[in-house]
Design a protein around this ligand. Structure first.
Ligand code: SF4
Length: 255
């Protein structure tokens, strides 16, 4: 079986469209793991292009990792400790910051996708296409399960993100917005600015930022690595040194 991880960002949509237009082999399904927290722009884009992909032979499957509520942000261990699933930044007692490990990618994306794959593969191995482009090779990871082999067709084609955009435009296709959860702490300043441009997304990110702040005393949790409330983050500055770059969450974050 050939399965594409479809995050509805530039790279994964390029792969879906390439399969649809015959530049890549047919696939059995393009699976979107919907976290429930994507940008409105991503949901609107998916709505516009699902029909086109399906008309061109690409079956689009959406699986859900959450019900999109704030409660899904936390999990409780057997010993009763409560943790936030996303990689939030915390203010240490000495004033320095650190990032918490995340469970969101596994819980919200990988598990629901694999559940679908296990149910539908009829014991066949899976070739899983991941939309990683040449400019982000460091994100490539081998599969951690035997029945799945990862494949990176954009790397094979030596295509960067810009090359994907050019290819989409050359083929008269729409270029998708960046895809990721609206509150992803991996956002850089430019990404937060884009989030702020969509009022529903911004309101949701701010709500969550406030929701996680004091759940774990004495630590304070923040979405912004500057350790300030998102509503007060200075978005006028260029991208700071040392801040992680925003990425297209190609269905699997940094799988
Ligand atoms: S986009 Fe960010 S918050 Fe969402 S699942 Fe991926 S790493 Fe987690």
């Amino acid at each position: 079986m050939k399965i594409l991880s479809l995050g509805w960002g530039v790279q994964s949509f390029t792969l879906a469209a390439m399969s649809a237009l015959g530049e890549l082999e047919p696939i059995d399904a393009a699976i979107h793991s919907d976290t429930g927290y994507e940008s409105q722009l991503t949901y609107e884009f998916a709505k516009r292009w699902t029909g086109w992909l399906e008309d061109h032979g690409v079956k689009v499957v959406t699986v859900h990792g959450t019900n999109g509520t704030l409660d899904e942000l936390f999990y409780t261990t057997k010993s009763g400790n409560k943790f936030v699933r996303i990689p939030s930044f915390i203010k240490n007692q000495d004033g320095t910051s650190s990032i918490r490990p995340r469970q969101c990618t596994t819980n919200w994306k990988i598990v629901p996708m694999r559940r679908w794959e296990q149910k539908n593969r009829n014991k066949q191995p899976i070739e899983q296409w991941i939309g990683i482009s040449l400019d982000e090779v460091e994100r490539m990871r081998l599969s951690d399960v035997k029945y799945i082999t990862h494949r990176w067709p954009l790397i094979e084609k030596r295509m960067t993100r810009l090359a994907c955009i050019n290819w989409l435009e050359k083929n008269g296709l729409e270029v998708p917005p960046k895809s990721a959860c609206v509150f992803c702490p991996f956002h850089n300043i430019a990404s937060w600015r884009r989030t702020k441009a969509v009022p529903e997304d911004w309101a949701r990110a701010i709500e969550l930022d406030e929701y996680i702040r004091f759940y774990d005393p004495p630590f304070e949790h923040y979405l912004a690595n500057k350790l300030v409330p998102l509503a007060e983050l200075d978005l006028s500055t260029p991208e700071e040194n040392g801040q992680m770059s925003f990425f297209d969450c190609s269905g699997t974050c940094w799988l």
